[in-house]
Write a protein of this length. Sequence first.
Length: 275
Amino acid sequence: MSSSPITATSAGLSRRPLSEVFATIADPRKPRGVRHGLATVLTIAQCAVLTGAKTLLAVHKWAAEADRGALSQHGIHPQAVLPSETTIRRTLTLVDAAAFDRAVAAWMAIKVGDLGGRRVIEIDGKTMRGARRDGGAPQLVAALDHGTGAVLGQLAVSAESNEIPALRDLLDTMDITGAVITADAMHCQRETARHITRDGGHYVLTVKANQRLLRDQLKALPWTHVPATSSVSTSHGRRVRRTIKAHRTRLGRLPRHGSGPPSPTDPNHQGPQTH
């Protein structure tokens, strides 16, 4: 995947429909004998999935039954012969997934907003259980916009690696200047924190027992004297109360290996951080 940051300016996608974005992706098929453009196949797949299609056969069935007037609004001629299920399957199999992610992520990046005047990006790892193979289910690391839930980018985790370096590779594909990056305890690593601040971002990282020294330092802070803010949400059949407290402090210098983010006393620390 390219390491060039994705920005709305460089992508030039502010008013382009997604079907035109698909047209910028290189068609991996040999030109001879191609009857259906790549943008047409990708647009059909996109629309079908958005309406609930979960298999390639369902994608083809949706296309066969779709209103031609609606398809024409997405750049598909009303009289066009639509691709077969085999064509859809073969085409999607050949598409460069990294190029597809870059194009769509660039388009999505200009559709998202800010929370409290700041862009917040959540990093989340997922296992694709429905795609399990002999080597196990594929692992993905995704960047999501906190305000809208839109996926800004995703990256497959190498079978020989894990999510920690994959997060840094994923962030290299986007402009995180001024953004707040949130991630779970796995990513509470000094190298990750440096990577984020080096590129102009900020971080909120979960601290658990895998960073025992940092966790003990944080637990020793006078939290009982810090005011709290709570919120209640209901989703997925459950009611959840979340409480947050913020305390500015100076922690001692942390060890280098598996230590978590640099503290304010670290010479590599850039700007104030919330702990």
